[in-house]
Design a protein around this ligand. Structure first.
Ligand code: FES
Ligand code: FE2
Length: 427
């Protein structure tokens, strides 16, 4: 068997991250084995996407295609989209409704729980052929995931060793899921998918990185949606893998404009005189009444639940190899929304997505990093020192990369990589 590669992690506070983790095919193979099939809870879908018996959606857990279905008892089950006979994909549909699942190849059928129901010609034809007497259908179900649901979010795991879901999510995720997705009943407004030519972990870094918010996103700073003087910070769960980033609206003051102008000085990128022909988008009022401007919940390994202004969305990462990730976005409104509030939410969808006024640059930043590191000499690494080095702790400020180091400390541990802090790599 091919030996796992062993890139050096020069510091044990994870303020150095070897670029090899974003580019190496062997690392990617190990991630599928140790993370996506390991002791984590993978986001599958939202409960409201399966309103009726027989409703199913398909999704991805790492490289594995998965079907999620609701059975007659109202329970949600998940299993691999691969026939127990000779492995054929059972369905290519994104979503649908079925009384049972039939494999297109030899027409074996499965229940909505993933159990084998029927084998065509099991007793042969005309008394000849058929399966041997010892063949037991109960031994040949689809490969199932364990399923657990919190706040309508449906998760699955292949591992018997994943901790209870609520423990895995941690207290900040639980309370924010309650705030965002439970206190009002959500409804799906629509979906977008975006293929980003970058590693899936670069996106995890991006959503744990409030440092870039007022620097990369010109739209946000130009129209005062994000300011470096905003109140906010990050809170991490006990094993540091999940982050709650938040910023809170405050009176925009002259100091903020001055800081932005200084940060952009000489870049030619900051234009405080920029005006929108139709500023309606920037004037949609926050509808939760608590002045949180952004709430970004980043949950290991591939789930982000985010409120950006008035846009509520579930973002799911679907890795497609070391240098490509599909971002699948589910936009949410709420059953209690008035027609006007629904219109507002559809308008603010323009903030987030492949061409979003805010998130357009995030996909581009990932592409630039992936391209930039492709030809670095071996041993190169990131430098994550903004906000301080050493202990990985909560902060009440936004210019920091500490939460990214939290992600890496958990990643390093679950991947079973050799101890960090052994040697200084060549930058
Ligand atoms: S591969 Fe599915 S029935 Fe044969
Ligand atoms: Fe961003």
């Amino acid at each position: 068997m091919k030996q796992a590669i062993d890139p050096a992690w020069p510091r044990d506070d994870f303020s150095r991250v070897p670029y090899a983790v974003f580019t190496d095919a062997e690392i990617y193979r190990l991630e599928n084995q140790r993370i996506f099939r390991g002791p984590v809870w993978n986001y599958l879908c939202h409960d409201i996407e399966l309103p009726k018996t027989g409703d199913f959606v398909t999704t991805w857990v790492g490289d594995t295609h998965v079907i999620v279905a609701r059975n007659g008892a109202g329970l949600v089950h998940a299993f691999e989209n691969s026939c127990a006979h000779r492995g054929a994909k059972l369905t290519s549909a994104v979503r649908g409704n079925a009384a049972h699942l039939t494999c297109p190849y030899h027409l074996w059928t499965y229940t909505l729980e993933g159990d084998l129901q029927g084998v065509t010609f099991q007793r042969g034809v005309g008394g000849k052929g058929g399966m041997p007497a010892c063949f037991e259908k109960k031994d040949h179900g689809l490969n199932k995931l364990r399923v657990a649901i919190y706040g309508g979010l449906v998760f699955g795991t292949f591992s018997d060793h994943a901790p209870p879901l609520e423990e895995f999510l941690g207290p900040h995720s639980l309370s924010q899921i309650d705030r965002l997705l439970v206190q009002r009943k959500p409804k799906v407004l629509g979906y977008l998918r975006q293929r980003i030519p970058g590693n899936w972990k670069l996106y995890n870094e991006n959503v744990r990185d409030p440092y870039h918010g007022s620097l990369l996103h010109q739209f946000q700073v130009s129209f005062g949606l994000q300011q470096p003087t905003m109140r906010g910070g990050i809170k991490l769960d006990a094993d540091l893998k999940n982050t709650w980033n938040h910023s809170i609206i405050t009176e925009q003051d002259a100091a903020s404009q001055k800081i932005v102008a200084e940060a952009y000085a000489g870049t030619g990128k900051f234009n405080p005189d920029l005006k929108m022909a139709d500023p309606a988008l920037t004037r949609v009022p926050l509808d939760l009444g608590d002045n949180y401007k952004t709430t970004i919940l980043s949950m290991f390994p591939t789930l982000i639940v985010a409120q950006v202004d008035n846009t509520y969305a579930i973002r799911h990462l679907r890795p497609k190899g070391p240098d490509l990730v599909e971002l699948h976005i589910t936009y949410l409104g709420f059953e209690s929304d008035t027609p006007e509030q629904t219109r507002d939410k559809l308008l603010t969808v323009n903030f987030i997505g492949p061409a979003g006024y805010i998130s357009l640059e995030d996909g581009e930043a990932l592409r630039l990093v992936q391209q930039g590191i492709r030809h670095r000499r071996p041993g190169g690494h990131e430098v994550l020192e903004m906000g301080g080095v050493g202990p990985i702790v909560d902060t009440d400020y936004l210019s920091q990369e500490i939460s990214i180091r939290g992600f890496w400390s958990f990643y390093h541990q679950i991947m079973g990589l050799p101890a960090a802090g052994r040697a200084e790599a060549t930058p």
